[in-house]
Structure formats: structure tokens, C-alpha cells
Write a protein that binds this ligand. Structure first.
Ligand SMILES: Cc1ncc(COP(=O)(O)O)c(C=O)c1O
Length: 384
């Protein structure tokens, strides 16, 4: 593909993501500031309770990041102080934190290839990788599409769900992602469906899991213990009251934000129809079998034979911010070196990684901005 000559930019930069922050968020944070109770205060349990109610889970534990949530959730289901023989089956097509959280406790991630439509691991693929060494499953609801957790639950192994990108997604049987009882991690970085700046949370139906995570996020202190008293190894994975106040305000507008994302996705689908026909550009799958995606990113796959990275550069010159999304985890150098991974092992994930392009996508995006992105993408992909 030859990249067309740079044309004068006729529009402002269109960012790849942008959080919705309004008066409610400003007010909520200001109140905490004025209270002087910035950490370990009342906003933490309030955010946890409201979030748990929202996804239909009995318990929730707020933590400092999604990664911290995965780490503590895995420890809580027994992936703690592992030997390298202990295996956790997961997806190679995720953000690197998914697999890294397995490494923190010395276990080995076992990757299985993803479904070409949903881009999630399937229950069958996971089942084929289970051995007597498997200690847990770590499925990912990638790009907000619900993975087949009911199918994986039938395998009878501990499951931790990575729902960093899936707040608002619903399974075909009507259960919400995060509401099935397995420890499920959500993440709140600024591009997520709900943001606390940085942050994460684990939902669970098991009060013992909640108690262990609450203790381990706070340096191993049990709820009945005194300040500076600790009865186990812990971490500082706490989320502050400032962040929880922001999260509470965001929960108040979550339905609007989710609707905004779905609306922008529908505009994109409509506007991209012709380009899909003309060039072989691929869109994310439509909802199927009753599963419902929560729109997190609008990722397209560039047509076969097109240089995705050159497309990103050409769009940047046209004031459109995009990202390669996502790299395959097994092909990162330290995974290759440590486990001997190589190209060709998980071809579907590798193809999605090579062609994935995340377009500007956020709840307040206008139809005009969508039209500009599509126009510029069309210009880049259809130039000779
Ligand atoms: C699928 C997935 N897993 C894990 C994480 C890690 O979350 P955090 O960045 O909050 O640590 C992310 C965040 O981007 C993610 O998208």
C-alpha cells in the first residue's frame, strides 16, 4: 500500500478515547477532598456495594488496578506460591496484564487460540488444554464480548474472569458478566466504560474470597485487626476514597455512557458498510446466540495485504488517533525467551493482532466525528 500524500488537515484531532467527566465527578471528588478522609474511608465500601448491586454480585473488592485485581483474584482461588508445573489456561489475545498476573505467582500460562469471530477462547479450546496440571482458568471477555463462561464452568476448575473491558456485557442466559459468582475483575483506566483514573475491582459470590482480597490489598490486615497489625503477606493494592468517589459518580451515569458507546458503534457500522464491501476491512462480530457485547473499543481489522502500521501513521497525519490493538502476548520477547513461544502457534490470535486497528471511540463522540474518521480511513485504504 502506498500512503497518499499528506493533505491539509481540515479538522481537529480526534482522540482514540476520552472519558466523560462532568459536574457530578468534580463535586464528588471535591467532597472527599474537603472531608480530609482521602483513603480507607466510607467511599470505598459504598463504591463496592453499588458496583456489586449493578452487576448482580453479592460482594465486590475495590483495588488499585485491574492488574492488582487479577493478581489477588488468582491468589484467592489458589494460584499462589506456585511451581512452574502449575498451569493456568488463558487467551494469548489480551492485554499483557492477563498473562503477567499468572507469572506473578510462578505459575505457567497455557494459551489456546481464539475464536475468529468473538476473538475469545471457547470452552472447547479451553477443555482441550486442561491437564492434571491445570490449577485455574483465566478467560477474557475481550473487547467487551462475553466469553462462554457457562461452558467453562462445566469443566469444574476454579475460574477467574478478566472483564476489564466488559462492564455491562450480558450472557445469553441473562446473567451479567461479573454476576456469575466466579471472581471477576473489572478495570477503570481512563479509556474504560467506567473510570476512576486508575483502578480495579473484583466481584465474587464467595465471602471468603472477598475477605482474602480485602486483607491482601491492605498489607495482610484482617478487618478485626488493629492498625499496623498483619497476619499474612499482603500488598498495597488499595483504591483511595477520591477514586471511589469518582467511581460512584460514574456509576450514576453508566447507563448513559454505555448507550453512548452503543450509539457510536451503530454509526460506525452504518458508515463503514461500503468500505467493508470494497476493501475487505473486517468489523467486530455482531451479538449472537443471545450474548450481548458491551461496547469498549471500535476495533477493525485492516484488509489482508494492507500495512496496518502504515495505516496508523497515515491516519495520524490526518489528525486521527488510532492504536494497534492488541499485540499477541506469546510473541512479546520475554514470553518467547521464557517459554519458547514462536510465530504460527496461535494463528487466529496472531492474525487479529497483526491487523487490529482501534479507531477513535468514546461515548460523547459525534456522528460528524464518526463520518470524518470513516472518510479519512476510506481515503487511506482506497488510495493506489
Ligand atoms: C483485558 C485486560 N486485562 C487486564 C487489564 C489491566 O487493567 P489495569 O490497566 O487497570 O491494570 C486491562 C486494562 O487495560 C485489560 O484490557
Amino acid at each position: 500500500m502506498s500512503v497518499p500524500e499528506r493533505e491539509p488537515v481540515r479538522h481537529d484531532l480526534i482522540p482514540v478515547a476520552r472519558p466523560v467527566i462532568g459536574e457530578a465527578e468534580e463535586q464528588a471528588v471535591l467532597e472527599v477532598l474537603r472531608s480530609r478522609h482521602l483513603s480507607l474511608g466510607p467511599r470505598v465500601p459504598e463504591f463496592e456495594r453499588r458496583f456489586a448491586d449493578r452487576v448482580g454480585a453479592p460482594h465486590a473488592s475495590a483495588v488499585s488496578s485491574g492488574t492488582a485485581g487479577l493478581h489477588l483474584a488468582l491468589r484467592a482461588v489458589g494460584v499462589a506460591d506456585c511451581r512452574a508445573e502449575d498451569e493456568v489456561v488463558t487467551s494469548p489475545f489480551s492485554f499483557i496484564a492477563t498473562a503477567n498476573s499468572v507469572l506473578y505467582e510462578g505459575a505457567t500460562p497455557v494459551f489456546v487460540d481464539i475464536d475468529p469471530d468473538t476473538l475469545n477462547v471457547t470452552a472447547d479450546a479451553v477443555a482441550s488444554a486442561v491437564t492434571e496440571r491445570t490449577v485455574a482458568l483465566l478467560p477474557v471477555h475481550i473487547f467487551g464480548y462475553p466469553a462462554d463462561i457457562p461452558g467453562m464452568e462445566r469443566l469444574g476448575l476454579p475460574i477467574v474472569e478478566d472483564a476489564a473491558e466488559a462492564l455491562g456485557a450480558v450472557h445469553a442466559d441473562g446473567t451479567t458478566v461479573g454476576g456469575r459468582g466466579n471472581p471477576t475483575m473489572f478495570a477503570f483506566y481512563a479509556n474504560k466504560q467506567l473510570t476512576t483514573g486508575e483502578g480495579g475491582l473484583v466481584t465474587t459470590s464467595d465471602p471468603a474470597v472477598k475477605a482474602r482480597i480485602d486483607s491482601e490489598r491492605n498489607q495482610g490486615r484482617a478487618p478485626n485487626m488493629q492498625w499496623l497489625d498483619h497476619d499474612r503477606l499482603g500488598f498495597n493494592y488499595r483504591l483511595s476514597d477520591l477514586q471511589c468517589a469518582l467511581g460512584i459518580a460514574q456509576l450514576g451515569r453508566l447507563d448513559d455512557m454505555l448507550e453512548g458507546r452503543a450509539r457510536v458503534a451503530a454509526w460506525y457500522r452504518e458508515a463503514l458498510g461500503e468500505l467493508v464491501e470494497r476493501t475487505g476491512l473486517e468489523l467486530l462480530c455482531e451479538d449472537r446466540g443471545g450474548d450481548r457485547r458491551s461496547w469498549f473499543v471500535f476495533v477493525v481489522r485492516t484488509p489482508h495485504g494492507v500495512d496496518r502500521d502504515a495505516t496508523i501513521r497515515a491516519l495520524a497525519e490526518r489528525n486521527i488517533q488510532t492504536r494497534p490493538y492488541l499485540p499477541a502476548i506469546h510473541l512479546f520477547s520475554f514470553y518467547r525467551e521464557r517459554f519458547g513461544f514462536r510465530e504460527g502457534q496461535f494463528p487466529v490470535a496472531e492474525d487479529a493482532a497483526a491487523r487490529g486497528l482501534s479507531l477513535p471511540f468514546f461515548p460523547e463522540m459525534t456522528q460528524e466525528q464518526v463520518a470524518i474518521v470513516v472518510e479519512e480511513l476510506t481515503a487511506v485504504l482506497t488510495s493506489d
